[in-house]
Design a binder for this molecule. Structure first.
Ligand SMILES: [Zn+2]
Length: 258
């Protein structure tokens, strides 16, 4: 099975499971799940196409190239493959945590990232709602980290699959039993934990940056736990008027307020 088919199969499988779970355990009323999914999918397809054109090697291809050139930290260490794979997975997740913090801290990057944040509702499809330029920049960053590490291609492939699946999960419109939230949030970013990150006020938005492992927020003092009540204050970016058409979302980074 090719890398693309494997990634797409897992992605669609996880999304389908979450669509079913969101029906049974909805956190908030979601009147137009399919219209939202269509818009967000359009952004994701545009981002993927742009990335394919500009960076055809991709993250896994870059890892294979770096390995063939003996580049990166692991090339010098020559540790057993399973140790390198495990460490690369952890290091990549840490790198994505810091990338996410930078997207919030630096004004031009926030203009791009707020397209994701101005969603007034959350469901698994929000995980696809990124400006295509942010997707390209994320790939450039990931490729640089992969080369610096000399990450094994298998680790990068696993990471891509796991990151997609956990992002779908953490954005899902799920009201999980509190015991499950508590238990999972010790090591994974859960939907309730990530809802805090999507709150409209800056204080809460600038916390809970993790996408997959929750440990980084605990390590770097950005952990705010989760509010476990269905009466959330809503989501979005305070003061930002949101036009939900795809074309408007593409142009939104040029908008000044928010
Ligand atoms: Zn964010």
């Amino acid at each position: 099975m090719s890398e693309g088919v494997l990634r797409l199969s897992v992605f669609l499988g996880v999304w389908l499971l979450l669509l079913i779970a969101e029906r049974a355990l909805a956190f908030a009323h979601n009147p137009q799940p399919f219209a939202r999914a269509g818009r967000h999918l359009s952004l994701a397809v545009l981002g993927t196409l742009l990335t394919r054109v500009l960076l055809p090697l991709g993250a896994v291809g870059t890892a294979a190239w770096a390995q063939s050139q003996s580049l990166g930290v692991f090339a010098g260490l020559a540790w057993p493959g399973w140790i390198e794979t495990g460490l690369a997975l952890i290091a990549l997740d840490l790198a994505i945590y810091w990338q996410h913090r930078a997207m919030h801290a630096l004004a031009p990057l926030w203009r791009l990232h707020r397209v994701h944040h101005c969603d007034l509702q959350l469901d698994a499809s929000t995980a696809l709602r990124f400006h295509p330029v942010e997707i390209v920049l994320s790939m450039v960053y990931k490729m640089a980290i992969v080369v610096a590490l000399g990450a094994p291609p298998l680790a990068v492939l696993i990471f891509e699959i796991v990151l997609n699946a956990t992002a779908l999960f953490s954005h899902a419109n799920l009201h999980l039993p509190i015991r499950i939230e508590r238990a999972l949030s010790w090591f994974l970013v859960t939907p309730a934990m990530h809802r805090v990150h999507h709150a409209p006020d800056v204080e809460r938005t600038n916390s809970n940056y993790g996408f997959c492992l929750s440990v980084w927020d605990r390590c770097f003092a950005s952990h705010r736990g989760f509010r476990y009540h269905p009466d959330a204050d809503g989501f979005g970016v305070a003061g930002l008027h949101t036009d939900e058409r795809v074309i408007a979302l593409l142009k939104q980074p040029l908008q000044k307020n928010g």
